[in-house]
Design a binder for this molecule. Sequence first.
Ligand code: ADP
Ligand code: AMP
Length: 210
Amino acid sequence: MNMILLGAPGAGKGTQAAIICDKLKIPTISTGNIIRAALKSGTELGRKAKSYMDAGQLVPDEVVIGIIRERLQEKDCENGFILDGFPRTIPQAEALDAMGITIDTVVDIEVSDEEIIRRLSGRRVCEACGATYHVEFQPPKVEGQCDACAGALVQRKDDHTATVRERLNVYHEQTEPLKGYYAKQGKLHEVPGEGDIAEITRLTLAAIGA
Ligand code: ADP
Ligand code: AMP
């Protein structure tokens, strides 16, 4: 199963991807995570991406397309994958199609802008393993500490309120048109993304027939 999770920043793509990848035994590929790892290790890619990311802007298409082209050639993608955070523009989706990779299904997780702002202001991520929490909606067992690896939980720089608004604008302008792109291909499933996390997983799996 080659699938795409679409949705605004903070819609719950990463949260759902972690659950689904465990269930279906296929990897999650998050361009955001790949870029953050590059930033941390100080590579050329990280240096190129930093200013865009910090400003809530998208990294240029050719950079992320290059990342995905390489990543999808790795062996663990042979039996399928979940794309989280890619594609985010029509040219990225066109590039994916041009790579000759068949996308079986696209799930769009629908969350209102007000809810996104609440979620991102309370999001915390593990510095060590990248697991995601929310101070109120999905708290860790011990405050500030990852349940899975005991790593420190931190706030992403781009989750501060001013940047979140810019990211939402960018989402509506550049990413939301992908719904029409995949609806035309008959692949789009819309799932309501507000409410219980387990219920959203159930609706997502039902939509993709898994
Ligand atoms: P995305 O990967 O789409 O940016 P995340 O999965 O990181 O989004 O979720 C954003 C924030 O919202 C996180 O803090 C997460 O814990 C929280 N969250 C995810 N799903 C839900 C939900 N159904 N209800 C409430 N909070 C949620
Ligand atoms: P995410 O972790 O998915 O919220 O992504 C964080 C940031 O990384 C985004 O705000 C962008 O700056 C950058 N990024 C991640 N994926 C993409 C993409 N497909 N296209 C462009 N920029 C991206």
